[in-house]
Write a protein that binds this ligand. Structure first.
Ligand code: UT7
Length: 319
């Protein structure tokens, strides 16, 4: 039986740190409100000339170095992003050129904050079917570019960054289960509805969110998903060692952890320093925890993300 395993991880954060205190000088908010409602203390902001593909490049190089993989060995590149450099070509093709990895297929996955679990699941399928042996999977975002900086309900929540993994074919798991879901009926509660047509910007190019509706949806959907993927893998809750969740709100994460019977020291939390980096948040958290040596070989990790679409998903893997 063929499985996929993570052979290397990497991440990158832009240098500029934007604190809650600094935001409170721009909009009617406070460090106290942001920390108590979300758990976020600061976030990173990409430089004016730093594109999503640049963030992706740094994270990818780290992951490839750790995996001992060179650009010519990649069979596939998948980038999860909702903030691509341009409408087309895909950010994955731009990254491919920057990496010097010519020839292998490369494409973007657009599932907003669930993007990384969607991309990882896709890569896993390529490996399991023998279509690829070595895949670069990246989550990279420059959400600061689609925020309305006068809207306190959204601008305090998001940040920029990138995370990457190299997946390799293996006889041992690796990824043991994947589960993806979507429900387009809820597409209006979290959206950036603008587009470009006839040479003009049409509609609103800023992120809009009905925060309480998203919160309610996320808590329920993530709890159900966590139980479903464990059932699918035939594993009890007690088998789980770590939760590596999408980093949107510490209260949502605490609720999922409680549902799983996991104490918070078994949950990787980075949102205090990163904010919500959408598709980048899970691989950023994974890389930080992996490099800190928090995961032991053979431990069972659950990765789960949810966001616009609505789209959500989880991956269970053995470290
Ligand atoms: O990544 C995709 C997934 N995204 C998420 O999971 C986000 C889910 N939603 C949330 O995390 C929370 O709903 C938020 C953090 C966005 C908001 O927290 P909340 O506890 O649901 O607050 P709320 O939207 O119900 O607003 C409560 C109050 C309102 O004032 P009034 O009407 O009670 O007077 C807001 O206007 O807080 C006000 N408010 C703020 N006050 C200070 C909203 N944003 C701010 C702010 N600073 N930044």
């Amino acid at each position: 039986m063929l499985y996929s395993r993570i052979a290397g991880t990497g991440s990158y954060l832009p240098a500029r740190i934007l604190s809650n205190a600094e935001l409170a000088q721009r909009v009617d908010t406070s460090d106290e409100w942001i920390v108590s409602r979300t758990g976020i203390r600061e976030r990173r902001i990409a430089a004016a000339d730093e594109m999503t593909s640049d963030l992706a490049l740094h994270a990818s190089q780290q992951a490839m170095q750790q995996a001992g993989v060179t650009a010519d060995q990649l069979d596939l590149i998948i980038v999860a992003t909702s903030t691509p450099d341009v409408i087309f070509p895909s950010t994955a093709c731009i990254l491919q050129e920057k990496l010097g990895a010519y020839g292998c297929p490369a494409f973007d996955v657009q599932a907003v904050c669930a993007g990384f679990v969607y991309a990882l699941t896709t890569a896993d399928q390529y490996i399991r079917t023998g279509m690829a042996k070595t895949v670069l999977v990246v989550g990279a975002e420059a959400f600061s570019r689609i925020l309305d900086w006068s809207d306190r309900a959204t601008c305090v929540l998001f940040g920029d960054g990138a995370g990457a993994v190299v997946l390799k074919a293996s006889n041992e798991p690796g990824i043991v289960a994947c589960k993806l879901k979507a429900d387009g009926r809820f597409r209006h509660i979290l959206t950036t509805p603008g587009n470009v047509a006839h040479g003009q910007l049409q509609g609103q190019p800023f992120l809009k969110m009905d925060g309480p509706a998203v919160y309610k949806f996320a808590v329920k959907a993530l709890a159900e998903l966590a139980s479903e993927i464990l059932d699918q893998a035939g594993l009890p809750q007690s088998a789980l060692d770590w939760l590596v969740p999408h980093q949107a709100n510490v209260r949502i994460i605490e609720s999922t952890a409680k549902h799983l019977g996991l104490s918070m020291d078994k949950v990787v939390l980075t949102l205090a320093r990163h904010g919500n980096t959408s598709a980048a948040s899970i691989p950023l958290a994974l890389d930080e925890a992996a490099r800190a040596g928090r995961f032991a070989p053979g431990e069972l990790l659950m990765l789960e993300g949810i966001g616009g679409g609505f789209a959500w998903g989880a991956v269970l893997l053995r470290w």
